[in-house]
Design a protein around this ligand. Structure first.
Ligand code: AMP
Length: 398
């Protein structure tokens, strides 16, 4: 029986698992959703059966249900050799993935004030996994770690220093596993060394962020202290004027309402009034729905501004890279975005852009573009599996 690596991504009401062999081939995946609610369920990808979860089931029961299902399918006969957890915030403590032990758990706890919605639930997932697989090496892979190479002038906000010194208020950046994967995949595809590869990586999914990577290291990124800053996202506003807080307070909107407004009711959903889903927005826009068309325009314009802004951190550019559900699949978003960037010298080949995916073509720039433009599918779970395996094997601890 071949050794396995388990990857766990624990959200506030969801839990995703993926099972890899040690050559990093994905063997199975499963998902539990609406955990804690009356309609909680779990299922394995590729099976029709949904596995019911009790209303009061927590993350541990959801994980147990998914593991039992993997076992019943004969996919997991022995304990995995390593377990990798996605952990959202590693603060300034974690510059790389870490073997989980008690000091590491305490440090993740300490970072929880920076990500109160994410880190506590990541810890619940880690605890549940420890109980189910005692003795198996568990590794925390942080969304923020890749961005710890940002220079101070890129990560500091123009705020009084005490906010940084006392409370850690600075830019951290997120989606680090995806952006670092883009850097290594670009280097591989272009046959270059990762240490000398410089790219702009646009991760466009439900959450969106863009990163400048110079010689393999992150040097600027659009998400900040929290994953709210930067690009327009599915339901998140991205950048807004901080003066909005005062203005809305004067209208009687309290902190809780403001949180909901900016995180859950804004972005593509807020602009269109219809949906946070880019594919649906494209269909609506085609049918003449004006607010949906505007949502797409705002999304693409903000993205173009950020692509140009990321150039300030680079001295050469090997490629602009698109990834994530939108970046990989929406030729319309890519072409509308690039239409703003002709002065910069980035230009698309319309046919390659449209046909990307059909012929597995990853280069979509035109012959006269100053820079390459690539589309590369992201694979965050595989990166987490790879890091978990490497660290578990080396037994290295943070
Ligand atoms: P992700 O979070 O990476 O799964 O990305 C989800 C986003 O990708 C959603 O907004 C989807 O509508 C969008 N998406 C997926 N496929 C397409 C497509 N063919 N065209 C436009 N958007 C798409």
């Amino acid at each position: 029986m071949e050794a396995m690596v388990l990857v766990i991504n624990c959200g506030s009401s969801s839990l995703k698992v993926a099972l890899f062999d040690t050559s990093l081939n994905k063997l199975a995946a499963g998902l539990a959703e609406r955990i804690g609610g009356p309609d909680a369920f779990a299922s394995l990808t590729g099976t029709r059966d949904t596995l019911p979860l009790a209303t009061n089931a927590g993350h541990k029961e959801a994980l147990q249900t998914l593991i039992d299902a993997l076992r019943a399918q004969g996919l997991l006969r022995e304990a995995p050799v390593a377990i990798g957890h996605r952990v959202v915030h590693g603060g300034e403590t974690f510059r790389e993935a870490a073997l989980i032990n008690n000091p590491v758990l305490s440090a993740i706890h300490e970072c929880a004030s920076l990500a109160p919605l994410h880190n506590p639930v990541n810890l619940v997932g880690i605890e549940a996994t420890r109980e189910l697989f005692p003795g198996v090496s568990q590794v925390a892979v942080f969304d923020t770690a890749f961005h710890q190479t940002l220079p101070d002038y890129a990560y500091r906000y123009a705020l009084p220093e005490r906010l940084y010194k006392d409370w850690g208020v600075r830019r951290y950046g997120f989606h680090g596993t995806s952006h670092s994967f883009m850097a290594s995949e670009t280097a591989r595809l272009l046959n270059q060394s990762p240490e000398t590869t410089s790219i702009i990586s646009a991760h466009l999914g439900n959450g969106c962020s863009i990163t400048a990577i110079r010689d393999g290291a992150s040097v600027d990124t659009s998400m900040g202290l929290t994953p709210l800053e930067g690009l327009v996202m599915g339901t998140r506003s991205g950048d807004i004027d901080p003066g909005l807080f005062d203005f809305l307070r004067s209208k009687g909107i309290n902190a809780e309402d403001l949180h909901r407004l900016l995180n859950h009711d804004s972005g593509l959903l807020g602009l269109s009034g219809e949906t946070n889903d880019m594919r649906s927005l494209c269909e609506l826009a085609e049918q003449g729905h004006e607010a949906s068309a505007l949502a797409i325009e705002v999304f693409c314009f903000r993205l173009a501004r950020y692509i140009a802004a990321m150039m300030a951190s680079l001295t050469r550019l090997d490629a602009l890279v698109f990834t994530g559900g939108i970046g990989e699949n929406s030729a319309l978003v890519r072409s509308k975005t690039l239409a703003h960037l002709s002065l910069v010298g980035l230009s698309l080949d319309a046919e390659r852009n449209r046909d990307h995916g059909k012929q597995r073509e990853y280069r979509i720039e035109s012959g006269d573009s100053r820079f390459r433009i690539l589309v590369i599918p992201t694979n965050e779970e595989r990166v987490i599996a790879s890091e978990a395996l490497t660290i578990a094997r080396s037994g290295a601890s943070h």
